[in-house]
Design a protein around this ligand. Structure first.
Ligand code: UDP
Ligand code: MG
Length: 327
């Protein structure tokens, strides 16, 4: 099998020399062990860095035949850099991993073993987060809870360290949404998947490119790209408020017609207020319900992938990841 390792890099000049060394050593080891073919590669994707990252990658690609580079025209963010790499390389399986050597390279060998055992997607899952600050652990936990609340299916403690088979990469290619949240999409693909656990190290050199602001943006991206629950909440709220205003309106009418407690002009002032308020939120809910549909349609996500077929007529006609398109 030919393995391709994809490594997104943004201003990583401090850590790259060590990364080159370790990735080269890993490929050499796996080739020697007979687990991957000799033409396996590691591809570094420069995500519009402002330092010497690309110069380093280029130089390394010249001296080492196992190293290749892709340079994006400008900084497009981690998720896009990972996707660009995955969709550009060939290989029977593609592993994505960060440049900073926080993720355990030894786990890649176990991923390859799982792939050879028949798995299409192997998630790298962090066994413990003890190297993280309490703050990062807390916010990460909140993040998973929040997304679960919003019906987004995620693999716990999995970042973008994973192996994907050729056909699952081809399946991924068919998701054409611009707002990209890979961790949410990959589980949607299906196919046989498993996880390998590893212990995450602190960053080897340089500093994190994921400050809190970027993490919050990623969380918002995840919710708004995968969930229409917020819209459904508005719809439900609209209906409840409307019911409430109907009751209050009836009470206002009763007070002004059948009792002498009504102040002149009171009913004609508050009645439209309640009534219009209720109607407005109800209408907003209706609009929300349709917006939710438009949102799902416009993503045009593939509706299914065929994993296997059996019987005489089937085998040659079915491409590796045959898909039906959502529209
Ligand atoms: N990265 C990228 N583009 C960006 C930000 C980060 O390609 O705009 C890369 C970065 O070089 C690293 C990986 O994404 O290889 C993860 O970033 P980082 O290690 O800073 O995040 P953390 O591990 O702190 O969450
Ligand atoms: Mg990191």
């Amino acid at each position: 099998m030919k393995l391709q390792i994809v490594v997104p890099c943004y201003n990583e000049e401090k850590v790259l020399p060590e990364s080159f060394r370790q990735f080269n050593a890993l490929l050499g080891h796996l080739v020697a062990a007979g687990k991957i073919s000799g033409d396996s590669r590691v591809t570094f994707v420069d995500d519009g860095s402002r330092d010497r990252t690309w110069a380093l990658i280029e130089a390394q690609a010249r001296v080492s035949e196992r190293v290749a580079g892709i340079k994006l025209s400008r900084n497009r963010g981690h998720q896009n850099a990972v996707l660009a790499g995955m969709l550009s390389v060939d290989g029977d399986a593609v592993v994505t991993i960060d440049a900073d050597l926080q993720d355990d390279l030894a786990a890649i060998e176990r991923m390859v073993d799982e792939y050879r055992g028949g798995c299409d997607i192997v998630y790298g899952v962090r066994a413990d987060r003890s190297t993280d600050t309490l703050f990062k652990r807390g916010t990460a936990e909140m993040f998973y809870r929040l997304l679960a609340l919003f019906d987004v299916d995620l693999v716990h403690n999995h970042a973008d360290f994973r192996l994907m088979s050729r056909r699952s990469v081809e399946a991924l290619r068919q998701y054409r949404e611009v707002n990209l949240y890979l961790r949410g999409i990959v589980p949607l693909i299906g196919f046989r998947s498993t996880a390998v656990e590893y212990v995450r190290q602190p960053r080897l050199a340089g500093e994190s490119k994921y400050p809190l602001s970027k993490m919050l943006r990623l969380a918002a991206e995840a919710v708004t790209s995968f969930s229409t629950v917020p819209l459904q909440v508005i719809s439900a709220l609209g209906f409840l408020v409307f019911l409430g205003t109907m009751v209050i309106s009836a009470w206002v009418l009763w007070v002004s017609f059948f009792t002498d407690r009504g102040v002149p002009g009171w009913a004609s002032t508050v009645l439209p207020m309640y009534f219009l308020g209720g109607i407005q939120i109800l209408c907003l809910g209706v609009v929300g319900a349709y917006l939710g549909k438009v949102y799902r349609e416009i993503k045009a996500r593939p509706r299914y992938f065929i994993e296997q077929t059996a019987g005489a007529s089937s085998s040659p006609a079915v491409p590796p990841a045959a898909a039906g398109r959502d529209a």
